[in-house]
Design a binder for this molecule. Structure first.
Ligand code: P6P
Length: 279
């Protein structure tokens, strides 16, 4: 695991350099879930593939930008599923974006998750590594990732990060979201889940939601490399996750590597409130 984490650090350092003077133009193609691809999406994917492929403990790579899994070492231990540049469509407006990594042992399954990692390419380069607890690291002036603090969620937060197009929300979801605003929650939504979830983790709590919508009945966010790693991190931080009905997103199982699911991540109070509401 240590060797694999070092390769991830090398890859995110390389991507952060790429983002300093990026080519923000689009390619003609789309990825498997229909997102129009930026040259940056493909470049970030190439960087991660090239660097992580050097790691002997890696069995396979699953990427938002690859149709199929890339088989590497058949007898190796780990499978890494990743979103190479989450929120990439926001690079042209200079918003913080990031890379998300889920590290599975032997099988890509939520129950086989051993670690989750994400980077934030913002005013500073930060990295959260979660095996037992989410630990925040920041790149220092010696170009090393320096440990800053553990991330823990309070029982109740103040932030409400509301994904999806509101006109496509169910009336039940709209009523639930409004009930949080009526309690004084503050809207915090950038359109990059990695940054929106990082803010909730760093500010001690709240709710991030990307529900089933009329235009995305199975949700938009991808299970293996977006939803499962953040569900793992939120639950290790003392919070909860749900698909709107279950008690944890990590109960879900999918065969299709680009499967999506409605998802909610938050402190205990907000997820408990969600499960009592009629979603
Ligand atoms: P919407 C970015 O493309 C992404 O995959 C997530 O990072 C983000 O939370 C979501 O899509 C934004 O989707 O439909 O709210 O613009």
């Amino acid at each position: 695991m240590t060797q694999l984490l070092e390769h991830i650090k090398e890859a995110v350092l390389q991507i952060s350099k790429e983002l300093k003077f990026p080519d923000t133009s689009y390619l003609s193609g789309q990825n498997k879930t229909g997102d129009t691809q930026l040259k940056l999406d493909v470049k970030s994917d190439q960087i991660i593939t090239e660097i992580l492929s050097k790691c002997p403990s890696l069995k396979a790579l699953i990427s938002e930008e690859k149709e199929e899994a890339l088989e590497l070492n058949a007898n190796a231990k780990f499978i890494v599923a990743y979103d190479p540049l989450d929120g990439s469509s926001l690079v042209d407006v200079n918003f913080a974006v990031g890379s998300i990594f889920a590290i599975y042992e032997q099988k890509a399954s939520a129950k086989a998750l051993k670690a989750a990692v994400y980077s934030i390419y913002g005013p500073r380069l930060e990295l959260v590594i979660c095996e037992d607890l989410p630990r925040l690291y920041r790149l220092n002036s010696q170009n090393e990732f320096e440990f800053i603090k553990e991330l823990r969620l309070e029982n109740k937060g103040k932030l409400n990060s509301t994904g999806g197009t509101q006109k496509n929300w169910s009336k039940e979801h709209k009523a639930f979201i409004q009930s949080l605003f009526d309690e004084g929650y503050r809207l915090r939504y950038s359109g990059a889940m990695v940054s929106d979830l990082h803010q909730i983790l760093c500010k001690g709590g709240g709710l991030f939601s990307y529900p089933a919508t009329s235009d995305a009945p199975r949700g938009k966010l991808r299970a293996f490399f977006e939803v499962f790693p953040f569900a793992y991190i939120f639950e290790k931080a003392g919070g909860k996750s749900s698909n709107g009905e279950n008690l944890s997103l990590l109960e879900l199982e999918f065969d299709e590597i680009h499967a999506t699911t409605p998802c909610f991540f938050g402190s205990n109070y907000e997820i408990s409130k969600l499960l009592k509401a009629d979603q």
